[in-house]
Design a protein. Sequence first.
Length: 161
Amino acid sequence: MASRRSSKNRKAEERPVEFPLAESSGFLVRDANRTFQRLLEKRIAPYGVARGQWYFLRVLWNEDGLSQRELSARVGTMEPTTVIALRTMEKSGLIRRVRSTDDKRRSHVWLTPKAQQLRTELLTLARGITDAAEAGIGRGDLALFRRVIARMTANLDRIKT
């Protein structure tokens, strides 16, 4: 009996695993995200904003004055990556960093008037991309999609490694 089982296991191992791209949620999400990102990058570039800076602007437009560490956590980047991005944004006149009065090791990030003035126009561009992507899809389907993608993210966030 043991030889039969091991023989079956070997046969199962020899068969290629089937996992079509159309059934891979990860691949589909990545493909859609890449398309969103390409369009966004092209549309915000004329305003002097790079895609990497976009994420920081989005967070700061909602919550200005965060510490660099808080901003890094909200955007989901490593702190060294955040420091490099903020340095570029500061040189571009989009943000200013101010040392904390409580803790001199901490810096808070504030949008400049230039970045604040870009908010409406850039969010309108982003909304236009989303509207184009959602064309012909019913409200109920979009609401379901948002719930499902949020649930998938939460499921994956619970996995330790």
